[in-house]
Design a protein around this ligand. Structure first.
Ligand SMILES: Nc1ncnc2c1ncn2[C@@H]1O[C@H](COP(=O)(O)OP(=O)(O)OP(=O)(O)O)[C@@H](O)[C@H]1O
Length: 254
């Protein structure tokens, strides 16, 4: 369904006259199957978000290609309505001047797919993310973090995408809200048979929702494992990273 084929990406390094480029992604290749949740775990700065932006077509790779159902995501028509995103920063993801209803309908308007029964569609989406119709006319500043992120999920679902990229999408929520949202995402994935690319630094979250994970290191795939084999990763780096993340999370929660 989603095929990342040998992509490379570099950015110009800081400094007005610098000609040097930082190679952020190096020959990254993998596939995400239909209905699969593929986790991307890696250290800060390893290139996870860059990879997410390339999958979403927000930026283009220097080399290689990303195919969605055999077609290049560089073409807006290929990704529009088919690939959605939910980012960490839910407050800035929603236009503060739009009501919840308008925010949810925004992607459909962009697709010129606004229909007469739009209100019932908004109600259905709100219901699916655990919010009732009374939220329709609220503004983002009237929502809690968890509610705002549910609205972002409803908006991402509005076009009935076949793939959603989550970039640290639940990291800033309280742990209890994280669990609710994760349950919700699992149910929705099953309901719509969607694929998820789930970028996270949280190993427990990955263990809960992902079918497979890619351990990312310095812009490259270090290892790719089914979630049930996560504790058996082979490379020394992957083992160290996982141990570090688990220790960090346990300390963080204790
Ligand atoms: N638009 C950009 N211009 C220049 N450099 C960039 C740009 N975007 C990312 N980078 C650099 O690319 C590297 C990878 O960044 P990226 O945000 O993809 O990492 P990450 O793994 O998502 O990190 P984090 O977990 O902290 O979000 C970093 O060194 C970053 O400074």
């Amino acid at each position: 369904m989603l095929k990342v084929d040998g992509i490379e990406k570099s950015y110009k390094q800081d400094g007005l006259f610098s000609k040097q480029r930082q190679q952020v992604l190096k020959k990254v290749a993998f596939e995400c199957k239909q209905g699969e949740c593929l986790g991307i775990i890696g250290e800060s700065g390893s290139g996870k978000s860059t990879l997410g932006r390339l999958i979403l077509g927000i930026e283009k790779p220097d080399r290689g290609r990303i195919l969605f159902e055999g077609k290049n995501v560089n073409d807006r028509r290929v990704r529009m309505g088919s690939i959605s995103a939910v980012f960490q920063n839910y407050t800035s993801s929603i236009n503060p001047f739009l009501t919840v209803e308008e925010a949810i309908m925004e992607p459909l308007k962009a697709q010129e797919k606004v229909k007469a029964d739009m209100q019932s569609k908004v109600d259905t989406l709100l219901h699916q993310v655990g919010l009732d119709s009374s939220y329709r006319l609220k503004y983002p500043h009237e929502l809690s973090g968890g509610e705002a992120q549910r609205v972002c999920i409803a908006r991402a679902l509005s076009t009935e995408p076949r793939c959603i990229v989550f970039d640290e999408a639940i990291s800033s929520l309280d742990v209890s809200v994280q669990i609710q949202v994760l349950r919700l995402l699992k149910e929705l994935k099953q309901l719509y048979q969607m694929s998820y690319v789930f970028i996270t630094h949280d190993i427990q979250v990955a263990a809960y929702i992902c079918d497979r994970v890619i351990i990312f290191r310095d812009g490259q795939i270090e290892e790719m494992v089914p979630i049930e084999q996560l504790k058996d990763v082979q490379s020394v780096y992957a083992r160290r990273l996982l141990t570090y993340l688990i220790t960090f999370q346990v300390e963080d929660q204790g």
